[in-house]
Design a protein. Sequence first.
Length: 300
Amino acid sequence: MRTATQTAVPKYQTRVSSHSWFNGSICPLETGAPSIASISLHLGTGVFDGLMAYWNENHYYLHRAEAHLDRFREGSNRMGLLIPWTTRQLLAGVHELLAHEPVGTQYVRPIVYRKAPELWVTGNEGMPVDVSIFTVRVTRDIDAPISCHISSVERISSRAIPGHTKVSGAYVNSFNARKTAEKAGFDDGLMLDREGRLTEASAANFFAITRGRLITPPINPDVFPGVTRSTVIDLGREIGVDIDEVDIRPSDLDKVEAAFLCSTLMEVRPISRIGGTVLATTENELFRSVLTSFRGLTHQ
């Protein structure tokens, strides 16, 4: 077993764009930096999202960009951060920014927040709402299998923070789950909800494979509705695979033949081990079919 300071997954190597689309214009990246007294910085009340812009020889393919930006706008509205730009305008901003930066596959991060100084917990509704979009060139091994354990960190309840919105402060939950896993010698943690049901990993949805079927937790208030999760389900149906969206408990994992995580940045990653159980996911025919279909979709 690896020590707590080791991991099978190479650290992401990132290069953030030098500019951002900030409130409708291309600006130097730090133009959009929040004040040290920003309420969004102190309370984590910003909302973000992320989408991939795949550079395929001579053009970009933005995977389900509208779905990501619609979710971004809807989540922002839930937090009272009303974005004055439509999804179409935000998408135009993404294309404008990509044209400004060196070509290459990019992770695109839109974020909404209040950059102006204001420290009161409430009463800041009249403060300006700011939107930035920047890109990140990310180098990572998307084929490397990852190990998981059942995390001691509980998935944050939607009764506390909206579970279907990427609220900045909520990702302390993800940070704690990932760090706890790494300290235990794993790459990621599978979080349970207050009822003991598996929800997701630190920042990715979970799928298991058993007897030729895909199994994944159903979307409920505590399970994030990942766009990549939705894509995997669509691809599975296209290749004729039965998909069960059912509650999964830790004891159910003893029966699985393979498993994987999926997210925008992680894409579709095989799980090699859950706790002490070794899985031959990379050799599983159904997993390979799903992965091939996903790669065919995103590299077009």
